[in-house]
Design a protein around this ligand. Sequence first.
Ligand code: CMC
Length: 428
Amino acid sequence: MSGKSATLIVDNKSFEFPVLDGSTGPEVIDISKLYAQTGMFTYDPGFTSTASCQSTITYIDGDEGILRYRGYPIDQVAEGGDFIECCYLLLYGELPTRAQYEEFENRVTRHTMVHEQMSRFFTGFRRDAHPMSIMVASVGAMAAFYHDSTDINDPVAREIASVRMIAKVPTLAAMAYKYHIGQPFIYPKNDLDYASNFLHMCFAVPCEEYKVNPVFARALDRIFTLHADHEQNASTSTVRLAGSSGANPFACIAAGIACLWGPAHGGANEAALKMLEEIGTPDRIPEFVERAKDKNDPFRLMGFGHRVYKNYDPRAKIMQQTSREVLGELGIKDPLLEVAVELEKVALHDEYFVERKLYPNIDFYSGITLRAMGFPTSMFTVLFSVARTVGWIAQWKEMIEDPEQRIGRPRQLYRGEVERSYTSLDKR
Ligand code: CMC
């Protein structure tokens, strides 16, 4: 409690509401008693002014371009350690000691195989299914294969379900890819690190030796870290809302994956790359920039703008550098990168984008990097879901352990018909 209060005056009646302060960031007016006291709700489409929970996991200051996991700036987490360390930090709140790191990494590694019966589950899908549709289904189906860890009231079961998902979601993601391209599934390899193992499961074939490219592995590890958590975004809020009813963790993460699929959220890097392909050459950029500015044209520059960041997305800076490292070290000259660099320049100097604070976001660069590594666009959001799984789990666990947690149940401003009398079909 900050000691402050906020006063709301309605029809000359005044109501006081406590103001809560966080450890940093904006204060929050506690309106949980608003309806009881005033008989009114608040109206906030898209929840742009609503704090839906208390959290200690991730902090964003969109105006300053700050992102911190458990207090550590994203660039330090991404450049200092690896994704396993980042998972530990998000889940348990502290950086691990070496012993804790090794024990956790070992635990995750020992859970990477999925129940053999799950491979049969895959064969029911069409080969041309979007891998995200397979992800939604197969992660949800984990509840059917691992029902010994679905009791949300048991902390041990919660822990096992969490490790299982961090370990097995990459395996399912690689299986979705292999199924899509008609190649045999590749089992996880326990002597590889998390990112290398994922590359191995995606790109190895049984008939020849596959050597993981360390530049790719490092880049992928960084992509995972940069995408690991992002406060109460749409998919995380979906996971929390699904979990608030007591649904099992596999079902909640499947709900998060479904939400992530949308082009305004996780699907944006796929959409950004498609847009760069459509633009094709730098000379066509002005035409597309004009279209993005035209209110009568639904076209938007994909990979630009962010609900929270009204400054450079701090993840985009690291992603841009990673993208250059991958393309540079491999000697790839990607014409789409040329279009991307030029588009970034044009948009950053265009009054429309400057006024609205529309900066390139992480998805603008991640698509180009993933493409250089050999992933098809349909896998981009899948990779995002692999990375975000740990964030969703950390947020889900925090919610379950929060004594103030209640089932999520927003209200509405009803503007439909008031009461009318039913007429039978023959009289209409
Ligand atoms: N291109 C052109 N104009 C845009 C764009 C864009 N990409 N983004 C926003 N605007 C304009 C919008 O038309 C509006 O203009 P006006 O004030 O004249 O009506 C103004 O900027 C504010 O836009 P908004 O829709 O109110 O902003 P929002 O906070 O609701 O939307 C967004 C955020 C990310 C959905 C949006 O910027 C967008 O659609 N961007 C493209 C998709 C994209 O790259 N999404 C990835 C987000 S990062 C990944 C993640 O964290 O999930």
